[in-house]
Design a protein around this ligand. Structure first.
Ligand SMILES: Nc1ncnc2c1ncn2[C@@H]1O[C@H](COP(=O)(O)OP(=O)(O)OP(=O)(O)O)[C@@H](O)[C@H]1O
Length: 369
């Protein structure tokens, strides 16, 4: 089933939680709603579910207006962050619940329910736990049972609200790979809420990045990572360095350090975003004949873990117009290189380095990038 969200707005009292949100989810797609706390992800999910009503806008399921269809009729399965398993029921009975409470005419027979539940428990690889109670399960196991329970009623749409939010990092990682594989097997149209970028980028077919009640960008994980549509998306998806300067005639001047932009018409204050691995780092040699273009910075701290070296650098304050090597950076500069390259350079904390962006994304204030 496809989902179409059209021009949804929602206010709580004076607070606008969603502003004119539109989104299409294709049949069989797994979409992640990603954004910081309070940006409206859960509100949007609840409106899709029918648990919350919008002030304006419509939700279509397979092209049909579902706005006034009751939550029970929407054929939606839910999994929430806090395991909503019934504590007094065994795992088996929890999964069977949705089938057991169906009106008599639609209820499958006992044998059929048993078969279906065991099939689902096998699918989530927990059939050996059928007779246990929720208190006898780990957090990760409970979430898998919650998913099996949501799937028991054969939903057309699966909505997951931070399903792994309460679990520790290692279990989360395991479960997100598991969820991806499960999705590939079942292909139920799914919307997944998370504030964890890594989780969204790893699990989803497409990621919807939200901020303050609106959608900043929709795209495949690769698209949003490689081409963030706004400064917000750039900053939210992974670590980034921000350099400030001026743009005019297709040039961005960062206190002497120049970059080219694609658009020669943009003039104004410029923000250049550079990921740590997009910075090239060399030793600064003041006496040499050809001065490299770049940012002069002092190596404050180097953290080498496994194959990577993370450098924390502090830009040297004074601008040196003569050799074109200074820049206005926001406090700390973070660079990342291979541990091997770091060893080759023989760097020590306190060394003065030249830092050059290999790639930068420039946003000019007051214009749309
Ligand atoms: N029933 C409500 N009454 C009043 N305000 C609400 C209600 N539900 C949500 N809000 C507010 O709307 C905003 C969006 O909430 P929502 O739960 O959708 O955010 P979220 O992006 O899912 O955040 P989180 O990741 O913290 O769950 C928040 O500022 C929240 O306080």
């Amino acid at each position: 089933m496809s989902i179409e969200v059209q021009n949804i707005s929602k206010t709580f009292g004076e607070f606008q939680a969603l502003r004119d949100v539109s989104l299409s989810v294709r049949t069989g797609e797994l979409i992640a709603l990603l954004g910081p706390s309070g940006c409206g992800k859960t509100t949007l999910l609840r409106i899709i579910a029918g648990l919350e009503s919008a002030d304006s806008g419509v939700v279509l399921f397979s092209g049909k207006d579902a706005t006034h269809v009751h939550v029970r009729e929407r054929q939606v399965g839910f999994v929430f962050q806090h395991y909503a398993l019934f504590r007094h029921m065994t795992v088996f009975d929890n999964v069977a619940f949705g089938l057991n409470v169906r009106p008599r005419a639609q209820r499958p027979g006992k044998a059929e329910i048993r078969e279906k539940v065991m099939q689902l428990l096998k699918l989530v690889q927990l059939d050996w736990l059928a007779d246990r109670f929720p208190s006898q399960l780990s957090g990760g196991q409970r979430q898998r049972i919650a998913l099996a329970r949501a799937l028991a009623v054969e939903p057309q749409v699966l909505l997951l609200d931070e399903p792994f939010g309460a679990l520790d990092a290692k279990v989360r990682k395991e479960l997100r790979r598991w969820l991806r594989r499960l999705h590939e097997e079942l292909n139920v149209t799914s919307v997944f809420v998370t504030h964890d970028q890594e989780e969204a980028l790893e699990v989803a077919d497409r990621v919807v990045v939200m901020n303050r009640g609106h959608i900043e960008q929709v795209g495949s994980p690769q698209e949003v990572w490689d081409n963030p549509a706004s400064p917000f998306v750039y900053g939210f998806l992974g670590d980034v360095n921000l350099f400030r300067g001026r743009a005019s005639n297709g040039n961005v001047n960062l206190s002497g350090f120049a970059l080219r932009t694609d658009d020669a018409t943009q003039t104004g204050n410029a923000l250049a975003y550079v990921r740590p691995h997009e910075l090239d780092v060399r030793r600064y040699e003041p006496g040499s004949a050809v001065q490299p273009q770049g940012i002069i910075a002092r190596l404050d701290r180097a953290i080498v873990v496994g194959p990577l070296a993370r450098l924390e650098l502090i830009a040297e304050g004074a601008s040196n117009e003569a050799d074109n090597t200074s820049v206005t950076a926001d406090s700390l500069i973070e660079a990342q290189l291979s541990a091997q390259r770091f060893a080759e350079l023989g760097l020590r904390e306190g060394d003065i380095l030249v830092v050059t962006p290999k790639r930068a994304r420039v946003f000019v204030e007051g214009t749309t990038p």
